[in-house]
Write a protein of this length. Structure first.
Ligand code: GTP
Ligand code: SPV
Ligand code: MN
Length: 595
């Protein structure tokens, strides 16, 4: 517990508002967590899985109307509307506090208020920050215990400081009409009501580590990004680090835990995972950009995860993991999801908890007919991951050589290209687009602009965010990471992926690192440096030269249309769009005209 006056004062206000019947301080001990697990099994909130096959593992189902982030109900409540920018929902903070307090008032009555002190980043790291979340959900407590560093030590590090993020979560009655996920960046405060799904309620994750932290980073001169961090070890034993921003469900966890193709493994190549979703980056004493993963676990997409696509993620989920909205195999009390293997359980419950007939599965109606929800997830401790980096728990961060942007583009972006310089790379990130996925409520497969994969996560005006990127580049100078763009998702006219992806993405990572070291060739195109087909190693791979040539192609017509769409996209930012980026767009148009 703590004597911190700012914490105690806020907790008193919250108790007064929420009227909890009990209050429990989460101390982080295994004993306390085990009691909570038992209680949640008693109440039916969690289901205990086969402890021989999946020790320490549980299954949880959320309400069918509460299975993904809800961007339409996510707000940035800055004092000035203009500071939330054109890409965020905004409401006046006083008005929103009143509305949310009215919704949450008295709703802890008959429930327990759990008080969770947590650190984003290794406790005591100079890059870490502290939050306190109160919640009426044991599921949230148990997930936060995996996803963040919690407990008594956090109070010790916090001391008397007022530099911590307030997080109120109230399930209320999980009413979608009164669901709000609200951020008050100027008050270091987050309030989430009427949801019990991951990204809406594990307040350390998207709410703090991206929306609040992006604002803090802007004010304090660092960056909070929706990026995985990996270390690529070469046969000499040297490790180079890259950070990559892809929108939700576009392959961060997969790339972060990649296993190289056999011929590269045999040579001594290896990938180490530092993080799979979020990166906090600061300029280090040597002038380079250093990154930490503020999280302590993986909240990963289950469907599609299998021994071949992501062995390391699957291994990570074999103990002490919470599964959310996957199918339950009643024969052996284990879990299943689409893409785990080719043997769907015959006797099973679907993600809604109803008897499930796998023979009725219809790709066109995944939500209605699948065993697991398309956005079903596992919450697994990072230390379970066989390839977790030694640097993961060290607070100083890893030096970043390359930043990679990417998304799902069936036709447009080539497999990989390198930006001409930092400013051009910021342009590439600002213009990013991707086909939407099941990670957020709404239509799936629609192309939308998602700058730096931060559209749903930037806590301030996105024009200012672009300016902040440019300013970081100026400070980094020639020590700035090189910036690339990748697209694993080019398809043929029948919608089949043309690039095998997953482990074979290592071939692209090697080109990227070689470019950083000045050891690889490329051709200069209108959009940047693109490898020649012979620059990508196809050893042992069933992709012909012609296919590779086609997915490296920069098509003039497609890109002219793209440039016109970027121009439309840029209009939203008005006079807060940095001039440098407008110049970059003009430059692109001129380059395309010359093609
Ligand atoms: P969030 O946790 O929502 O931020 O997602 P993420 O970016 O970590 O995505 P993840 O790695 O979980 O991948 C999401 C989906 O993309 C899964 O269904 C994967 O199977 C699929 N995927 C990942 N990498 C590739 C790839 O290289 N090629 C193809 N075709 N699919 C991929
Ligand atoms: C994402 O949607 O980018 C996620 C899952 O990583 S959530 O925690 O729901 O945001
Ligand atoms: Mn994510």
């Amino acid at each position: 517990m703590t004597n911190n006056q700012s914490v105690l004062k806020w907790l008193d206000e919250m108790k007064e508002l929420l009227q909890p019947t009990n209050v429990m301080w989460i101390d982080g001990s295994e004993e306390q967590l085990e009691k909570l697990r038992e209680e949640s099994v008693q109440s039916g909130e969690m289901h205990k899985l086969n402890q021989d096959l999946l020790p320490g593992c549980y299954l949880h189902r959320t309400q069918p109307n509460d299975v993904a982030r809800v961007e339409g109900r996510t707000f940035i409540c800055s004092r000035e509307k203009e500071n939330a920018g054109p890409t965020n929902n905004w409401c006046d903070p006083q008005e929103m506090y009143t509305k949310l307090y009215n919704i949450a008032r008295g709703t802890y009555n008959g429930r327990t208020m759990y008080i969770i002190p947590y650190s984003m980043g290794p406790i005591g790291s100079p890059l870490a920050k502290i939050g306190v979340e109160i919640t009426d959900s044991i599921y949230v407590v148990l997930n936060m215990a995996i996803m963040t560093r919690i407990g008594e030590k956090v109070w010790e590090v916090l001391g008397d400081s007022n530099d911590w993020v307030r997080g109120l979560h109230a399930k209320c009655n999980v009413d979608p009409e009164n669901r709000y996920i609200c951020h008050f960046p100027e008050d270091n405060t987050i309030i989430s009501v009427n949801s019990a799904y991951g990204g809406n309620v594990l307040l350390g994750k998207k709410c703090f580590a991206l929306r609040i932290a992006s604002y803090q980073g802007w004010k304090e001169g660092w960056m909070a990004e929706h990026m995985l961090i990996l270390g690529l070890q070469n046969p000499k034993g040297e490790v180079k680090y890259v950070a990559a921003a892809f929108p939700s469900a576009c392959g961060k966890t997969n790339l972060a835990m990649l296993i190289p193709p056999k011929y590269l493994r045999d040579k001594g190549y290896k990938i180490w995972t530092v993080g799979d979703d979020i990166s906090w980056m600061k300029i280090g004493p040597d002038g380079r950009l250093y990154a930490i993963n503020p999280e302590n676990g993986f909240f990963g997409v289950a469907p599609g995860t299998n021994e071949h696509s992501n062995f390391n993620a699957l291994e990570s989920t074999k103990k002490n993991t919470i599964f959310t909205n996957v199918a339950l195999n009643l024969d052996n009390n284990t879990v299943w999801w689409e893409g785990l293997d080719k043997n769907p359980p015959k006797n099973a419950l679907n993600w809604r908890g109803e008897p499930w007939d796998y023979t009725k599965y219809d790709k066109a109606d995944k939500v209605g007919t699948s065993g697991a929800h398309p956005n079903s997830r596992f919450t697994a401790p990072a230390k379970n991951c066989p390839c977790i980096s030694d640097e993961f728990d060290k607070g100083q961060g890893v030096p970043i050589s390359a930043i990679i942007f990417g998304g799902r583009r069936a036709k447009c972006a080539p497999l990989v290209y390198q930006s001409k310089d930092w400013v051009n790379g910021v342009f590439v990130g600002s213009a990013m687009a991707s086909e939407t996925t099941a990670a957020a409520a709404g239509a799936v497969g629609v192309v939308r602009r998602d700058p730096m994969a931060m559209l749903p996560f930037c806590g301030y005006h996105m024009g200012d965010y672009f300016a902040h990127w440019l300013e970081m580049g100026e400070k980094l100078g020639d020590k700035a990471p090189k910036i690339f763009n990748v697209n694993w998702f080019r398809t043929d006219d029948d919608g089949n992926f043309l690039w095998p992806g997953f482990g074979d993405n290592m071939r692209v990572l090697n080109w990227i690192i070689d470019r950083c070291e000045g050891n690889a060739d490329a051709v200069e195109t209108a959009i940047g440096y693109v490898p020649r087909p012979e620059d990508i190693d196809l050893t042992d791979l069933d992709v012909d030269f012609e296919t590779l040539t086609s997915i490296l192609k920069v098509d003039k017509d497609v890109w002219e249309k793209e440039a016109a769409e970027i121009e439309e996209h840029y209009k939203k930012f008005g006079d807060r769009l940095p001039e440098e980026l407008r110049a970059q767009l003009n430059n692109l148009k001129e380059n395309l005209a010359k093609m």
